[in-house]
Design a protein around this ligand. Structure first.
Ligand SMILES: [Zn+2]
Ligand SMILES: [Zn+2]
Length: 297
């Protein structure tokens, strides 16, 4: 197969592009998302939430190549045998590309590790997401970031839309999108998803072609998640009808203005830690309080 832009051999199909045209295509798509959806303005101070996986590393690379003063932050949730490998790679990557990186550990910041929370009966993915978002927001504020970029791709977002639909979580769905949140909330650094319109396959190919040797490490808690079943189902549908995931995203973006109207979101602050949250207490504080109770019992 030949590249549709030049006569070189294609390295990717749909779109059929050679290495150079494919990597250009991915970067262009990311920068167009940033521009069209107003993800970053001239005054913004962008910090990328990186894990050391292919998505966040690609996001970090493309943003730092095209924007000024991009920094990275990473969270060590405390998953023995997993996180240290991706963080070691991230450190090497940032050093090689001159990107300032800060790593924060959940143990040090909140006094808990994910392994411990799971041992005490917490659901791995739920607790992990809550810890990560919490520390990310706290630290992004300390770093004076005005935007926090994540490596979520089109596949991740399609899964999230489907999961919220299946769980009747419309208030959560209202906050999805290339820029998260229904409105600006005090104390909350807006999160942006520059890879929003790139498929998982495109990012995997991009990272490979760019020579990013991201470690292949699977989170030990991943298989227990509901997300995994939704992913499996979506992949099957995508295989039968390519473009299904993109259609899910497009439908979601069409519905989103209505979802936002119906779910304005709570501008509350957590009574324990002061971080913004929907109810009276944030998720992390309620997880920590409930595990303390278990310990005492
Ligand atoms: Zn070409
Ligand atoms: Zn709290």
């Amino acid at each position: 197969m030949k590249c549709t832009k030049c006569s070189q051999t294609a390295v990717f199909s749909r779109p059929d592009y050679c290495e150079r045209h494919f990597t250009e295509y991915v970067e262009k798509k990311v920068l167009e998302t940033v521009r069209k959806h107003g993800l970053v303005s001239g005054k913004d101070n962008v910090v990328v939430a990186a894990s050391g996986g292919k998505d966040s590393v690609s996001c970090l690379y493309i943003l730092s190549k095209h924007l000024k003063n991009v920094r990275a932050l990473a969270i060590d949730e405390g998953i023995i045998g997993y996180r240290q490998h991706t963080l070691a790679y991230l450190k090497r990557f940032c050093k090689a590309h001159n990107i300032p990186l800060k790593i924060y550990s959940a143990k040090k910041e909140l006094g808990v590790s994910l392994d411990n929370l799971v041992k005490q009966g917490q659901h791995g993915c739920t607790a992990c997401g809550a810890l990560r978002r919490h520390i990310m927001n706290m630290k992004a504020k300390e770093l004076k970031a005005t935007k926090l970029a994540t490596g979520h791709n089109l596949d991740d977002e399609a899964q999230a839309v489907m999961m919220n639909l299946l769980r009747n979580n419309m208030a959560v769905s209202a906050r999805l999108g290339p820029i998260t949140g229904v409105k600006r909330l005090q104390g909350f650094v807006p999160r942006i998803k520059p890879l929003y319109f790139c498929t998982e396959k495109e990012i995997a190919a991009y990272a490979f072609l760019k020579g990013f040797e991201v470690p292949f490490a699977e989170c030990p808690y991943a298989s227990s998640s509901y997300r995994w079943s939704v992913l499996y189902g979506l992949n099957e549908l995508e295989g039968k009808r390519p473009g299904t995931k993109k259609k899910i995203i497009e439908s979601h973006l069409k519905m989103q203005p209505k979802l936002k109207e119906g779910n304005p979101g709570g501008p509350n602050t957590c009574k324990m830690c002061g971080e913004p949250c929907a109810g009276k207490m944030c998720k992390v504080c309620s997880i920590i309080t409930s595990t303390k109770k278990i310990k005492l019992a």
